[in-house]
Design a protein. Structure first.
Length: 317
């Protein structure tokens, strides 16, 4: 039964601000629960990551490329049933490669999962050299590398494709995706997204999902190494914030006064100020417990799901 096993899910989201809500709605429709979710081209910094939560997951965001607002940013979401920390030795941002890896401690074993993104504007030879250094630092077992490599594995005659395969295969990694992952009007479909693993024997099922979130298909692998079953919560849901109309009005007044009186010097200062007034206006002194949660009272209703599917069918016409 595949549902008894976990796995990883990856998507080049092409911007959280425009596509994150769409992704969440699509994840709600999936019948399989993926404990690991990787994203590329988030276009947001770690300071903004709290705006993009996935219920039941801890998020890890890499810094974006300096002076670049689009086509940058990688992230990893790990289900909070797992204990995960960032592996700083293999997490880095250059003009050629963006990477973020986390180490998961699961019972008696350690698992490393990460996201790699190659910006098309970077130097491809430098990317391959940097990739080889990163891959060489990772453990010999239990590693899963998701990413948009922007190298088409279907172009087997190209030198960069051959070098990418030589690096990964030479270090014991196998690609799990062999079909097209990117389709764009006017462009030939290509296989530029993949999940490489050095635990191919524990990979049970792989594939792509055409979610229409971006021009990239989502890719996934179901792997017995990441065994995971999401149980329905038996405890009451804890409410930490009260977004009543009066609290919203109080928040808007206080933040407006603060921004006019003491304008922030940079975005980080703005985030700190925003969070301060958010907590003052909405945060409860004591959390409220309720039976209402995302499963028995979801914000994504059956009507919304039906509308999403109708929209997707029209998109394909």
């Amino acid at each position: 039964d595949l549902h008894k096993n976990g796995g990883s899910f990856f998507l080049n989201i092409d911007g959280n601000k425009s596509n994150f809500d769409h992704l969440i709605s699509e994840l709600e429709c999936l019948k399989h629960n993926f404990p690991i979710i990787g994203l590329a081209e988030t276009n947001i910094s770690p300071e903004e990551s709290s705006v993009y939560p996935i219920n039941g997951f801890n998020s890890f965001y890499q810094t974006t490329m300096h002076n670049k607002s689009k086509g940058t940013g990688v992230a990893v979401y790990v289900h909070n049933a797992f204990n995960a920390v960032v592996n700083v030795d293999v997490s880095n941002v250059t003009s050629n490669l963006e990477s973020l890896f986390v180490t998961i401690h699961q019972e008696s074993k350690t698992i490393n999962v990460g996201v790699i993104y190659r910006p098309p504007s970077g130097d491809i030879d430098e990317f391959l050299a940097e990739l080889q250094v990163i891959m060489g630092k990772l453990p010999k077992l239990n590693v899963h590398v998701m990413g948009d490599f922007n190298i088409n594995l279907h172009n087997g005659n190209r030198r960069c494709t051959q070098e990418l395969e030589n690096i990964m295969l030479g270090l014991g990694y196998s690609p799990t995706i062999s079909i097209q992952t990117h389709e764009k009007p006017g462009c030939k479909p290509s296989c530029i997204d993949n999940i490489f693993t050095n635990e191919i024997e524990s990979t049970l099922f792989t594939g792509t999902l055409q979610l229409n979130v971006s021009h990239h298909h989502a890719i996934f692998q179901i792997n017995s190494c990441l065994n995971f079953v999401a149980d329905e919560p038996k405890l009451k849901h804890a409410q930490y914030y009260d977004y009543s109309t009066s609290n919203v009005d109080a928040f808007l007044t206080s933040i407006d006064n603060e921004l006019h009186t003491n304008p922030p010097e940079n975005f980080s200062s703005f985030c700190t100020t925003f969070q301060k007034h958010l907590d003052e206006a909405f945060k409860l002194d004591k959390p409220k417990l309720s039976k209402r949660n995302a499963l028995n009272n979801p914000w994504i209703t059956s009507g919304i799901v039906t509308s999403i599917r109708t929209k997707d069918s029209l998109y394909d016409l």
